[in-house]
Design a protein around this ligand. Sequence first.
Ligand code: RIB
Ligand code: NA
Length: 295
Amino acid sequence: SNPIITVIGSINMDMVTTTVRVPEQGETVMGECFRTMPGGKGANQAVAAARLGAEVHMIGRIGEDSFGKELQSHLKKQNVNVDGVEPVTDNHTGVATILLSERDNRIIVSAGANDDVTPDYVKRHSAIIDRSDMVIVQLEIPIETVECVTGYCYEKGIPIILNPAPAHPLPPAILDAVTYLTPNEKERDELEIDRVTYKKKLIITLGEKGVSYMTDEQVEEVIPGYKVEVVDTTGAGDTFNAALAVALGRQKKMKEAIQYANAAAALSVQQFGAQGGMPTDDEVRDFLEKRTHAE
Ligand code: RIB
Ligand code: NA
């Protein structure tokens, strides 16, 4: 059966400039091409989970501008319930300026309306959270909100994944309340996570090396990722988190859930844009079947 997932987080328009190389300080270079694409870690995770078959509800905010309208109708088209997405009058829709070069991607987020995803705003929409099998949050909304949401889910016994991106130190109240934490290596270094209880919650994405987690026997295991042709890694982490939530929501064991999420992420990087290439459940299953036979 398909889980009900609530994503609380950012909605951005991605302004993507593709360039052979990024400029040095004070330098101007000619870019290759420019495109606007729907993005934002919250919205990306919502769309990824919906494509994988979950019933998805988004809690977030947009500005009263053309990007806001576009992004809201885009979410609807992607089968994301947007009853929890309300416009603000005094702020612009979130924007991410992305420089995509052959070497890497570099992102500047201008939060705008995402800063208005306040604890009070989320409380107004708590009925959605109460009905959820799984909640996902990231760090492109105010940290007080993340603290409030994780505490609320903890009290209600609703599993919650915190994707601590972009990197930011977290207070113990948040670390105590979350069910799972999914940093990459850089983000992990920002966290104070020496305590054993925290280590049990950690699912660390190691890029090409795979994903590490603690087994029931308390040993660290690394699940290898899948080698594919990469077009654009933007949003790969978002697809991973959404797929992990969907698989865990379907009561899969952690190891199987990570394999499913690795496959979803591998499929997503083969197309341009954060949400381009996010697979359906069938596509992930096909991919996993083929890879298993190939081994
Ligand atoms: O995780 C990728 C996302 O980060 C992009 O879509 C961009 O909006 C930034 O928020
Ligand atoms: Na993509």
